[in-house]
Design a protein around this ligand. Structure first.
Ligand code: SF4
Length: 194
């Protein structure tokens, strides 16, 4: 026992103190609140890799971690363009993906939004136009919002999604002060219920 106490005294407290809310966290929380208020319903996104180096995919993957709470604010990724409200397109459009991108766009129901991700999605980036690349996403399908960066951070992706939905969302009605609804127990829910 003494040996253990001695060991504890010698080692001290090794665990780290909990991190304080940083600037990034505050901005993300504000973005989430605005998206939730603007949307008022779910937003489904179909991601398309039109020829990316996968750097942008890593950031999109990071966007789906619990820190950003996408599902909590009504945004989720879907497997089919037929279920999507928005196409999130990465990479320069490689020539062999052009038809697939066009078909995916055609299969997405109206009204649809297209967000081009990364410098490559915006302009073709470092790949530009070549024998294998058509350049930015707008060279194949109409783009609503382009998010620059190589790759853009998850926060920038969230800002881009917000910019896209804000442009098409109806004006947000002013918040109405409502009295909080108090829960009431039905008679059968009471402690004396049979
Ligand atoms: S923008 Fe950068 S990270 Fe994204 S696909 Fe192009 S080269 Fe890769």
């Amino acid at each position: 026992m003494l040996h253990i106490l001695h060991q504890i005294a010698k080692t001290g407290i090794k665990s780290e103190t909990a991190p304080t809310a940083d600037e990034d966290m505050v901005v993300v929380a504000r973005l989430q609140k605005t998206i939730l208020r603007t949307l008022g319903r779910a937003l489904t996104i179909r991601h398309i890799d039109a020829g990316s180096c996968n750097g942008c995919e890593l950031e999109i993957q990071a966007l789906t971690n619990p820190y950003y709470n996408l599902e909590g604010i009504g945004i989720r990724f879907v497997a089919s363009p037929r279920h999507a409200d928005m196409l999130l397109v990465t990479g320069p459009v490689s020539k062999h993906m052009a038809i697939a991108l066009q078909r995916t766009y055609d299969a997405t129901p109206e009204p649809k939004l297209v967000v081009a991700v990364g410098d490559c999605g915006c302009t073709g980036g470092i790949f530009g136009q070549s024998y294998a690349s058509l350049g930015g996403v707008a060279s194949v399908i109409p783009v609503d919002v382009a998010i620059p960066g190589c790759p853009p951070a998850p926060r920038a992706l969230l800002q881009g999604i917000l910019a896209a939905i804000s442009a098409y969302a109806p004006p947000v009605a002013p918040a109405v002060d409502r009295a909080p609804v108090e829960p009431t127990l039905r008679p059968s829910d009471g402690p004396d219920a049979p």
